[in-house]
Design a protein around this ligand. Structure first.
Ligand code: F3S
Length: 72
C-alpha cells in the first residue's frame, strides 16, 4: 500500500498533481497542492496516477512510500 504526502515548503502550485489524480490531490485557496484528508492510503486504482504525479511534480514536492498493513 502506498501513502503519499506533499511538502508544503516545496510546492509552488503547478497543479500537475491535481491533473494526474484528482481523486487524491486538491489545491487550497492559494493554489497549493495537498493530499485530500480522506485519503489515508492510496486506493489501488489510483496508484499509477499517484506515482505519475510524484515523478511529474516540477518541485519534487510529492513523496510516496510503501507501508505495510501493520503501519496503517
Ligand atoms: Fe505543488 Fe507539485 Fe502539485 S508544485 S501543486 S505538488 S504538481
Amino acid at each position: 500500500m502506498l501513502r503519499v504526502s506533499i511538502d508544503p515548503t516545496r510546492c509552488e502550485g503547478h497543479a500537475k498533481c491535481l491533473m494526474d489524480s484528482p481523486e487524491v490531490f486538491d489545491l487550497d485557496d492559494q493554489g497549493f497542492g495537498f493530499v485530500k484528508p480522506e485519503v489515508d492510503v492510496v486506493a489501488h486504482e489510483h496508484r499509477n496516477a499517484v506515482l505519475r504525479a510524484v515523478a511529474g511534480c516540477p518541485e519534487y514536492a510529492i513523496s510516496a512510500h510503501e507501508i505495510s498493513v501493520e503501519e496503517r
